[in-house]
Design a protein around this ligand. Structure first.
Ligand SMILES: C[S@@+](CC[C@H](N)C(=O)[O-])C[C@H]1O[C@@H](n2cnc3c(N)ncnc32)[C@H](O)[C@@H]1O
Length: 415
């Protein structure tokens, strides 16, 4: 039987508008459906039909050619063995380039509204409804892209809808985390399974006051979080929104700083996502956001020697977070060295205080047994660790994939 994993609809280039025949204009979309690593394509037992919506972002009106004129024999269909799919989407006749400003959403046809959005609950086995498409077929992450006056910038958007698994969807307030990623291939500039699953977990587990207290080491009135290898920023931005929601609900009154860090190639996308998140933070807390999001470059080869930028040096870090950063065994010594150097910097900041603990939430989807080297390095550097949560990915097939979320700690527990 085919292995089914978590998959992503990925655009191979920005969609193109063709108005050369004004009576039959169309948008042409070239996409693939791959794993996060891009190392294998979706190979489904049953074909996966795709649905595409094309709407004006201001009016919400569709510009698709409506039925019965829309002569499509069947929806675009992904079948086993495909590596890419070329789709021509007919839009209303006589639209000129300058008329076509729209959001294009591509998602599995089985998806229930909201379209183009991945529901975090579908990534968590304990909240999956029986019979839901994710439970039976695995998860395919939708994608959206904006076209302005007939032109697409090569930026796709993933939307993750976070909610609590304890209450019914209709009864709760949800949080949408919007993340831009590059069209095409890149390591730092798109999202990964461990980030998606951990963000969904945090959205669920931190939806109550007890959950926040249990998971986040908020010991003072300021809470400082640093993310290593943040990529597009899925984990840090999710945590920022989750904490802002907790403040709005009166679950905490901490003032929080979340600093995303990565190599320079990640900066542009991370900063755009911070700008998007700042709008959401203001919406969550109309009195003014209490969470500050920042970005700074931090190369672990510098960090391991205690060489940090101005923002990373500015304060002690109560919590360090990272997801999917431990797959490259060669970079593990620099990564663990950076964690230890951050702890040493914390000890200096806290010289006058008894509590010098540093906590780390580390999420990983183990891909290879060699990654176990991480734990030897952590132990040698006096880090204590235990599994906070082990979450199987939603999929069918004989080979389980799992995201492990670890809690690491170093330092004294004197308080
Ligand atoms: C697989 S991505 C994960 C990105 C993000 N954490 C997520 O879950 O979506 C690994 C990240 O580690 C970063 N990285 C790799 N080596 C690094 C280094 N030496 N210093 C800093 N970041 C590094 C990459 O740039 C990339 O963004």
């Amino acid at each position: 039987m085919a292995k089914k994993k978590m998959h992503y609809i990925r655009l191979l280039r920005g969609p193109k508008l063709d108005t050369s025949n004004l009576k039959r204009p169309h948008i042409s979309i070239l996409l693939t459906i791959t794993t996060d690593l891009g190392d294998s394509f979706l190979y489904p037992d049953e074909p996966v039909d795709l649905a595409i919506s094309v709407e004006n972002p201001t009016t919400g009106q569709s510009i698709l050619l409506p039925p019965p004129d829309q002569i499509i024999d069947r929806p675009p269909r992904w079948t086993a063995g495909l590596r890419c799919l070329d789709i021509k989407v007919p839009i209303k006749p006589h639209l000129k380039k300058s008329d076509v400003t729209c959001t294009i959403r591509i998602h599995p046809a089985t998806q229930t509204p909201p379209l183009g959005v991945l529901k975090g609950r579908d990534a968590l086995p304990w909240s999956l409804a029986r019979g839901s498409p994710a439970a039976s077929k695995g998860l395919v992450m939708p994608v959206s892209v904006d076209m302005a006056k007939g032109i697409c910038v090569p930026v796709a958007v993933r939307t993750l809808r976070l909610s609590s698994s304890k209450v019914q969807p209709q009864d709760q307030d949800t949080l949408d985390v919007d993340l831009e990623e590059d069209v095409g291939e890149s390591i730092a500039r798109h999202i990964w399974d461990a980030g998606v699953v951990t963000a969904s977990y945090l959205g669920d587990a931190c939806s109550s006051k007890e959950g926040i207290c249990e998971i986040l080491p908020m010991r003072k009135d300021h809470f400082n979080v640093l993310e290593l290898g943040s990529g597009v920023g899925i984990l840090g931005i999710t945590l920022a929104q989750v904490i802002e929601r907790a403040v709005a609900h009166g679950h905490t009154s901490c003032k929080t700083t979340v600093l995303l860090t990565d190599l320079p190639e990640a900066e542009e996308r991370a900063r755009s996502n911070i700008a998007r998140a700042e709008v959401t933070l203001s919406r969550i807390n109309p009195d003014g956001p209490t969470v500050t999001l920042q970005y700074e470059d931090l190369d672990w080869d510098e960090g391991r020697h205690g060489r940090f930028g101005a923002l990373a040096s500015a304060r002690p870090w109560d919590l360090v977070i990272l997801s999917d950063c431990t797959y490259n065994v060669d970079s593990l010594p620099a990564l663990v060295g950076t964690l230890s150097a951050l702890h040493a910097a914390n000890v200096k900041h806290h010289e006058a205080e008894a509590d010098t603990r540093t906590s780390v939430i580390l999420a990983t989807k183990p891909r290879h047994s060699s990654e176990q080297a991480l734990f030897g390095l952590l132990s040698s550097a006096d880090w204590r660790y235990n599994v906070l949560k082990s979450i199987p990915l939603p999929k069918l097939g004989e080979e389980d994939e799992i995201v492990d979320i670890y809690l690491l700690e170093r330092g004294e527990r004197n308080t």
